[in-house]
Design a protein around this ligand. Structure first.
Ligand SMILES: *Cc1c(COP(=O)(O)O)cnc(C)c1O
Length: 228
């Protein structure tokens, strides 16, 4: 039952933060990918205002069908340059920006919409070949480039840890991401850098202990996704 799962997650989030003495708050993004719009409506009814999708087309269909209180939509999956035109008007925060090419296209489309697009820079801290995200080496250059774009507002950093049998093994990855995030603050106007997005069903407690303030949780709320 979604309601029960949601409360459990919220409790586990609070416990994980308390375990390291954190008194700030962290945002739960309910990841609704591969679940129907009724799942979106149910979490919205339960007071969840942040939802995450990883595909533009799927999100678009859900946004068209959705009826309920206003939501904040997060794009968490890899974004292709040719999908930016659709994505910019749809999403409040794009977590997965990892190249100058993507930044250029977001700048262009956002300017057309007279919008300043909030984004996170996705860094592939773990150097997984299968994952998107820029390398730690490319990060400073892309970060400084993003700063020059008037219709792009960098709000922080996003990172995915590899799947480890023992989520404890993700801790060093999260720790590096946190250090990059703290370092970033000095390069942007005061207060702009405020989100460190890391942690999923399997490892969100470790991520919170290492400073995440956005966690992206799907399976633990909605159950296993069915792919067909
Ligand atoms: C699917 C996905 C999630 C949620 O994963 P769960 O294991 O179901 O919690 C989080 N972040 C990204 C980028 C995803 O693609």
């Amino acid at each position: 039952m979604i309601e029960e799962s949601l409360h459990k997650i919220q409790q586990r989030m609070a416990d994980a933060m308390a375990s390291v003495g954190r008194t700030d708050t962290a945002l739960l993004v309910a990841v609704t990918k591969n679940h129907p719009v009724t799942a979106v409506e149910e979490v919205a009814r339960l007071g969840c205002t942040h939802v995450g999708e990883n595909r533009v087309q799927e999100a678009k269909e859900k946004q068209m069908l959705y009826t309920g209180p206003k939501l904040i939509w997060h794009l968490i999956g890899h974004l292709q340059v040719n999908k930016v035109r659709q994505a910019v008007p749809m999403f409040d925060l794009i977590h997965s920006v990892d190249s100058k090419k993507l930044l250029d296209e977001i700048e262009k489309v956002a300017a057309k919409h007279d919008k300043v697009q909030d984004i996170l820079l996705q860094v592939n801290v773990a150097r997984e070949a299968s994952k998107s995200g820029m390398s730690v080496e490319d990060f400073p250059d892309i970060r400084d480039y993003a700063k020059t774009l008037p219709h792009v507002r960098v709000k922080g950093l996003m990172c995915m840890a590899p799947f480890f049998e023992n989520p404890e093994d993700a801790r060093p990855i999260f720790r590096v991401a946190h250090a990059l995030y703290e370092d970033m603050k000095g390069y942007f106007p005061d207060g702009n850098i405020q989100y460190l997005s890391m942690g999923m069903t399997h490892d969100f407690e470790i991520a919170l202990q290492e400073g995440a303030n956005i966690v992206r949780v799907g399976t633990a709320i909605f159950g296993e996704r069915v792919y067909n």
